[in-house]
Write a new protein. Structure first.
Length: 516
């Protein structure tokens, strides 16, 4: 134990990482019609030290969705004029005689709350006399898109609005400032309220001082193989960094009010509206949290705290999320496996998001401070807070003993006794599950239950034991565990999660048929 505590206090292991973003290369766009849009922009300038000269106010409609003509005449063209006036770029004609950027001082655009987020430009209804076109193929020619994704191609002339354009930054692994690309990265600080947006900025800056430490939750709902594979790889990437990762593999998403702790990272799919743990009125993400739920219209209503996903996740305390304003088709949305690995490698939110996005001029948005680097201190650096000590210990254990599971288990057990926390034992249980040692994992989860003092944490451990029995086709044992937990923790709001699982495993009999 003393060895592990000493390692926590040691000087950090200095690792080479991506270059710091250049704040002079960031331009901030706000809507002059809305005073709160400018107020938010000013807050962001101050928080990140962005020059005042990089602020752009444009008179825009006070609505979330605009037409293609409104986008062109009221946003795109005024922005081009500002870039020309401020000498921010050089544009030259390509081989086809069309202008495109060849050099630009600005590389990242940040849209503030109040700047519209959707361009509505659907295809006309097909002529009944024309041969039928498959729905997917027709959708791929749609011209509707997110405002932000269209702005990535600012300054390019003659690009068709139908369909999508290939993203040259997709799957790259170097900083955007070094990529030498003529496109832009576009992020958005937007959400259900001005207060939430200001909190998103403040939490990002604060989390970068300490690093983002906490639990990860990956909810694999078994919808389509490609998306499930992204989530599987995401869970592995998080766990490999020493982040305790609760991975749910049952077909429904996590049940309502599922008991969670210190949730710093969340990835899941595929409900239309916010569900599961995030319906619990008492749930809050850890400050700095990155939370993403994959759904076709997750960002359709960014400013709603209850509809779709992006707005509700931000309202529950998340600092950053990704989403889609219209139907993106699965293979053309953010690839979670790439996004999570790039974040863990130390890239900014906006770099990680566009490295994970195969196309531009399409449906994706990035919500949160684009410069945010949540995992800047996985090397052990940063301000140390007592609340983060168990999670820092887990990271160090992973770095030191990832190839010696027995040594890792011994040290985590000793540290759990000394720190008087169940967090380390719970993380050990997750590791045993990854190694398919489910019987031992169940024992460890019960030990973690006894170590925890909060009943919500104790209930989660009971549900983990039940989940192991459920996954192992031991339904009677799972039902017994859940019945006992339901009786013991009936006073908790999280007991609804137990009832939801019991309704799946042991549904009540149907009501008797009415006599005629």
């Amino acid at each position: 134990m003393l060895r592990l505590l000493a390692l926590i206090l040691m000087a950090p292991v200095v690792l080479a990482g991506p270059k710091d973003p250049i704040v002079q290369s960031v331009a901030v766009i706000y809507n002059t019609v809305l005073p709160e849009s400018e107020k938010l922009a000013q807050s962001y300038l101050i928080a990140r030290g962005i020059p005042e000269d990089n602020l752009i106010g444009i008179k825009l409609p006070d609505k979330n969705q605009i037409t293609r003509e409104e986008f062109n005449t009221q946003l795109r063209d005024p922005l081009i004029a500002e870039f020309d006036r401020r000498n921010w770029w050089e544009r030259q004609k390509n081989e086809e005689g069309r202008l495109q950027p060849t050099r630009t001082r600005i590389q990242i655009l940040v849209c503030m709350r109040g700047v519209p987020s959707k361009v509505w430009d659907p295809l006309p209804k097909p002529d009944p006399e024309d041969p039928p076109v498959p729905e997917v193929e027709r959708h791929l020619q749609d011209s509707s898109a997110s405002v932000d994704s269209e702005l990535c191609l600012l300054g390019f002339e003659g690009i068709p609005t139908k369909g999508q354009a290939n993203n040259p930054y997709f799957k790259k692994d170097d900083a955007f400032s070094e990529a030498g690309l003529p496109t832009f990265l576009v992020g958005r600080i937007d959400g259900p309220s001005l207060k939430i947006c200001q909190r998103m900025i403040a939490d990002a800056v604060a989390a970068e001082k300490t690093g983002l430490w906490g639990m990860a939750v990956v909810d694999i709902a078994n919808k389509f193989p490609q998306g499930d594979a992204w989530l599987d790889a995401t869970a592995v990437a998080l766990s490999d960094k020493g982040i305790p990762t609760l991975t749910d593999r049952f077909n429904p998403t996590l049940p309502i009010n599922y008991p969670l702790k210190d949730t710093a990272v969340y990835f899941g799919w595929y409900d239309h509206h916010v569900s599961g743990p995030f319906k619990n009125p008492g749930f809050k993400f850890k400050p700095g949290a990155v939370a993403v739920h994959l759904h076709s219209f997750s960002a359709s209503r960014i400013q709603s705290p209850s509809q779709n996903w992006c707005g509700p996740l931000l309202a529950k305390g998340a600092t950053a999320t990704l989403g889609n304003v219209y139907e993106p088709l699965l293979h053309l949305t953010h690839h979670f496996d790439i996004f999570s690995r790039r974040l863990l490698d130390g890239y900014t939110l906006v770099e990680s998001a566009y490295m994970a996005m195969p196309v531009l001029s399409w449906q994706g948005v990035v919500l949160g401070d684009p410069l945010y680097r949540p995992f800047l201190h996985l090397d052990g650096s940063g301000e140390k807070k007592e609340r983060d000590a168990p999670y820092r210990a887990l990271r160090i254990a992973e770095m030191r003993w990832s190839k010696d599971p027995e040594e890792m288990e011994k040290n985590l057990r000793l540290a759990s006794d000394r720190m008087k926390t169940g967090i380390l034992l719970e993380a050990l249980g997750f590791k045993l599950m990854e190694r398919m040692q489910n019987a031992r994992a169940a024992v460890v989860f019960r030990e973690a239950r006894d170590r925890y003092t909060d009943n919500t944490d104790k209930l989660r451990m009971e549900m983990m034991v039940a989940a192991l029995d459920r996954a192992g086709s031991r339904k009677p044992a799972a039902i017994r565990t859940l019945r006992d937990a339901q009786l013991k923790y009936s006073h908790l709001p999280e007991a609804k999660a137990v009832a939801a699982w019991l309704n799946i495993l042991d549904p009540p009999p149907p009501p008797p048929a009415e006599k005629k």
